[in-house]
Ligand binder design. Structure first.
Ligand code: XMP
Length: 326
């Protein structure tokens, strides 16, 4: 039987009981597969790799080493949450690598979106490879592959792209959620005790904020992007929209417009709000955000985020506009 094909009679995991059963079975299988050997996992903090990490912690404990690479393009509070949940609460062996400067130096003056993606992907593999080489006796590599990845691609996620590791670092793969759909991964994650905002996280692209800071990324514009995104998420959460809107974020383009502050003319960036509903990202419609909430978000961004003098709301559906701006 091809282990990459979901059996026709496999029940959809949609209850806590079914999730518990899956967890118990997978923990046994992982124990059997790994024994007392060591496993390495790139832990992004996204739901898939987080669920794999939590399963592996249950199965092999300290024989799992998680590597969390901060490429400087994560959202506000994300690296801190990964450290808190996995190191402090679940007692994982976690290596945290702040590679912000490395990534941003490589990305300086790079304007082409695909080139930016390539640099981020390649640098991620390089950082991960360096960390893997520091560790001894690793035989397995954990991956957060899920069933749509197998159906839609060659089974390796773009943003977990550790498939590009060199020949001498080819470990045996451990992919405990590879037959699950996203909604099932979320049910399993909740039963594993992962925080609600991690389990129900909106999709976040591998290149992270890098494709929302359009054109050549600069640290000050990236800062404005991270802060405005945090305000949007905070207000959506308070308004009860966080779990209802499929994907929502801000964009800071690389151009400026005039404004006026303290009686003086200023020349600053706009922030663009994007909030879409979708099922599988191939098409998207616009969420109708109440005007009152929009005003609140606009006022907060203008008051709290340095370098910003305008807030715009993108009402374009996909198609014709893509969800991301790059
Ligand atoms: P677009 O912009 O093409 O996005 O409408 C569709 C979905 O894919 C996400 N996206 C990415 N995810 N690496 C990823 O892992 C990428 O380079 C990338 N580009 C877009 C986007 O956030 C949306 O959910």
């Amino acid at each position: 039987m091809n282990s990459n094909v979901r059996p026709a009679d496999m029940a959809r995991i949609n209850t806590p009981e079914l999730a518990d059963k899956f967890i118990a079975e997978q923990v046994e299988l992982l124990k059997k597969q790994i024994g007392d050997k060591k496993v390495l996992l790139a832990l992004s903090g996204g739901v898939d790799s987080s669920v794999v990490a939590a399963l592996l912690i249950k199965a092999v404990g300290k024989n799992l080493t998680c590597v969390h690479v901060n490429h400087g393009l994560l959202r506000k509070g994300e690296p801190e949450q990964v450290i808190k949940v996995f190191k402090e609460q679940l007692g994982a062996n976690l290596v945290y690598v702040d590679a912000t400067d490395r990534f941003l130096d490589k990305l300086a003056n790079v304007t082409d979106p695909e080139q930016k993606r390539k640099i981020i992907g390649a640098e991620f593999i390089r950082v991960f490879e360096e960390e893997a080489r520091k560790l001894e006796g690793i035989e397995f590599l954990g991956q957060g592959t899920i069933y749509p990845d197998i159906l839609e691609s060659d089974g390796v996620k773009a943003h977990h792209n550790v498939g590009g590791l060199p020949e001498d670092l080819q470990f045996e793969l451990v992919e405990p959620v590879k037959l699950l759909y996203k909604d099932e991964v979320r049910v399993v994650g909740a039963r594993l005790g992962l925080p609600e905002n991690m389990v129900n996280r909106q999709p976040f692209p591998g290149p992270g904020l890098g494709v929302r800071c359009t054109g050549a990324i600069t640290r000050d514009r990236l800062h404005a992007l991270r802060e405005s995104d945090a305000i949007l998420r905070d207000e959506f959460a308070k308004a009860g929209l966080a779990g209802k809107v499929w994907q929502y974020f801000t964009i800071v383009p690389d151009y400026k417009s005039t404004g006026i502050k303290d009686g003086k003319r200023i020349w600053e960036w706009p922030v663009i709000i994007r909030a879409v509903n979708s099922i599988d990202a191939t098409s998207a419609s616009i969420e109708e955000i109440p005007y009152e909430l929009l005003h609140k978000i606009v006022n907060r961004i203008l008051a709290e985020v340095d370098g910003v003098n305008r807030v715009l709301y993108d009402l374009s559906p996909k198609p014709i506009a893509t969800i991301e701006w790059e």
